[in-house]
Write a protein that binds this ligand. Structure first.
Ligand SMILES: [Zn+2]
Length: 504
C-alpha cells in the first residue's frame, strides 16, 4: 500500500551524494511525494499543499541504516561493563524474554527513537523475544509504526541451548548451575510455523516493515533448523541475519564441535543453504582465510559492529581482508546492553580508525567508504538496493538534515570528513522517513517522549529487580566462564584479531 503523505519540499540544502562532490556538496532542492524522492534539482516548485522546509545552511545526508540491532534489551542500556562476550551472553541473554507488553512497547519505542534522533532511518532488528506470541510481535510492529522508523524485523530462532554452545562449560560447571547458563531448547518447526503465520497476518505496514529471518548463530541451530530457514527465505525472498564468530571462544568452539562441517560455522551455513547475497553475517571477526574467501565468492554480506565488539573484548574484524575481497560491508550498533548507544556516526568513525590497526600502509578506508557502508551497504544487506541509502529520485525519502552552523563544521573544509570524524550527531535538525518529518529540533513529531520517559521510569523497578536476580545467578557461574575463556585463549589459532598477542 503506497503512503498517502502530503508532499514535502526541502529547499536549498547541500545534498550529499556518494557519486558527487563530497567535500562541498551542491545546493539542491529535494521534492518528496508519496513517500519517495521524486526530484532533486534547483528551483523546484512546491506542489499544492506541500510542506516546505527551508534548509539553507543544512547538509542533507541519506538516512543511516543500522544493520545490526536488537531491540529486546534497550532497557538495560548502561547497566554492564568489563564483560567478555561469553559473560555478557549468560548475564544478558534472558533479558528480552517473558516481559510484559508494556515493557515490549516501551523498549521498542525507546530504541527506535534513539535511532531516529541519531539520524538512523532504517533499523534491522534481530529480536530475541521468547516465548513467541502474536501479542508480542504485534506490539513490536505497532511500536515501530508509531515511532515512524523503517524496520527490517527478524525474530530470532534457535534450537540449541546456551549450555550446548559454550565449549566445556557443561563439564566445568556443576549440574545444578546448568540452568543459570541456559538449558532451554526451542522446537524448530513450531518457531518457523509461527513466523510464517505472523508474516501472513501482519503484512508490510504500508512498506515500512520488511520481514527477515534470524537464526541466532550457526552453532545455536541444528542443521534442520538452518535448512528450514533457507527454505522459507527462498520461498518468500527474505533476507537472513545471523551471528558468526563474534569471539575467539566461538572460533575454538567451531573447530571442536562443528566437525560435521569441517570445524567451520561458515561451512555449516554453506552446507545448509545459507550463504549468498541475501545473507548477512553479524560481527564476522574470527574467520580464517578460506572462510573469508567463501564469504566473498558467495556474495554474502558482513555487518560490522565495532562498538559492541570492543566493549565485549571480542577483537577487531578484518576490515581490510573484506575490503580486498570486495565483500559488501554494512554497519551496526548492536545491543543497548553492550554497546549502550545507537549511533552509526560513532561506528562509522571507528570503522575508519580500526581499519589501520594492523598496517602502517594506506588502507583506502575513508570517510566516504564509511558512509557508503552505513547507507548503501546496509541497503544491500536488506535487499533494498535502489530503494534506500541515497538521496536520488526514485528512492524512498529517508534523509537527515544537519546544521552546518554546528561547531563540527567550523571551519567548513569537507562535509564528508567532518560528518564522520567531527560530528557527534549534535547537528541533526530534521529526520525524514518515507517523506515525513519524524524528528524536528530534537523532538519526535509522533511520540510524546515525556510520557514515554515517565512510563519507562514506572517499569524500571521491575526490570532492575529482575536484572538483580540474573546477576545473583550469574556470579555463581562466572568462574567457570572465566575458565572457558582461558582455555580457548590458550589454544593456538592461525589468526589474530586483538591488538597485540593475548596476554600469557
Ligand atoms: Zn547481535
Amino acid at each position: 500500500m503506497p503512503s498517502a503523505r502530503i508532499p514535502l519540499l526541502i529547499v536549498g540544502a547541500r545534498v550529499l551524494d556518494l557519486d558527487g562532490d563530497l567535500d562541498d556538496p551542491p545546493v539542491r532542492d529535494i521534492l518528496c511525494e508519496d513517500g519517495a524522492i521524486s526530484a532533486v534539482g534547483t528551483d523546484l516548485a512546491a506542489p499544492d499543499g506541500a510542506q516546505v522546509v527551508e534548509a539553507t545552511g543544512m547538509l542533507a545526508i541519506p538516512g543511516l541504516v543500522n544493520s545490526h540491532y536488537h531491540s529486546h534489551d534497550v532497557l538495560a542500556k548502561g547497566m554492564f561493563e568489563d564483560l567478555s562476550l561469553e559473560h555478557w551472553g549468560v548475564l544478558a541473554g534472558p533479558l528480552g524474554s517473558k516481559r510484559s507488553l508494556a515493557e515490549v512497547r516501551a523498549r521498542t519505542l525507546a530504541g527506535a527513537l534513539e535511532c531516529l534522533h541519531n539520524g538512523i532511518t532504517t533499523v534491522q532488528d534481530m529480536n530475541s523475544a521468547a516465548p513467541f506470541s502474536d501479542a508480542v510481535v504485534d506490539t513490536i510492529v505497532d511500536a515501530y509504526a508509531e515511532a515512524g522508523i523503517r524496520v527490517i524485523l527478524g525474530m530470532t530462532v534457535r534450537d540449541q541451548s546456551q549450555l550446548d554452545t559454550i565449549p566445556w562449560i557443561d563439564a566445568l560447571a556443576p549440574a545444578e548451575l546448568h540452568g543459570i547458563i541456559g538449558t532451554a531448547r526451542d522446537e524448530p518447526a513450531a518457531q518457523m510455523a509461527f513466523l510464517e503465520a505472523a508474516m501472513e497476518r501482519i503484512g508490510d505496514s504500508g512498506g515500512m516493515l520488511r520481514w527477515a529471518l534470524a537464526p541466532s548463530a550457526p552453532q545455536r541451530c541444528s542443521p534442520g533448523l538452518l535448512e528450514a530457514v533457507a527454505d522459507l527465505s527462498r520461498r518468500r525472498s527474505l533476507p537472513v541475519y545471523t551471528h558468526v564468530y563474534e569471539s575467539r571462544t566461538q572460533r575454538i568452539f567451531a573447530h571442536e564441535r562443528l566437525q560435521a562441517h569441517g570445524g567451520s560455522a561458515v561451512r555449516m551455513l554453506e552446507d545448509t543453504g545459507l550463504l549468498g547475497p541475501h545473507v548477512s553475517l553479524a560481527h564476522a571477526i574470527w574467520l580464517e582465510p578460506d572462510e573469508l574467501d567463501k564469504v566473498a565468492s558467495t556474495g554474502t554480506n558482513v555487518v560490522l559492529n565495532m562498538l559492541s565488539n570492543l566493549k565485549l573484548k571480542s577483537g577487531v574484524a578484518p576490515i581490510l581482508e573484506y575490503r580486498e575481497r570486495g565483500v559488501n560491508i554494512a554497519l551496526g550498533c548492536d545491543n543497548c546492553s553492550c554497546s549502550d548507544v545507537q549511533s552509526l556516526l560513532q561506528v562509522m568513525k571507528l570503522f575508519c580508525l580500526l581499519a589501520a590497526v594492523s598496517t602502517p600502509e594506506r588502507t583506502g578506508v575513508t570517510a566516504a567508504e564509511a558512509l557508503r557502508a552505513g547507507t548503501l551497504g546496509g541497503a544491500h544487506s536488506a535487499g533494498l538496493s535502489g530503494s534506500i541509502g541515497a538521496i536520488k529520485a526514485g528512492h524512498r525519502a529517508d534523509l537527515v538534515l544537519m546544521d552546518l552552523a554546528d561547531p563540527a563544521y567550523l571551519p567548513y573544509n569537507s562535509a564528508i570528513r567532518q560528518l564522520v570524524y567531527a560530528d557527534s550527531g549534535r547537528s541533526i535538525r530534521r529526520v525524514v522517513v518515507d517523506g515525513e518529518v519524524v524528528v524536528q529540533d530534537g523532538r519526535s513529531t509522533r511520540v510524546d517522549e515525556a510520557a514515554l520517559r515517565a512510563e519507562i521510569e514506572s517499569l524500571m523497578p521491575t526490570v532492575r529487580a529482575d536484572i538483580d536476580r540474573l546477576q545473583a545467578g550469574y556470579v555463581k557461574v562466572r568462574p567457570y566462564i572465566d575458565e572457558v575463556n582461558r582455555r580457548a585463549w590458550s589454544m593456538p589459532l592461525p589468526i589474530h584479531r586483538h591488538v597485540g598477542l593475548p596476554r600469557p
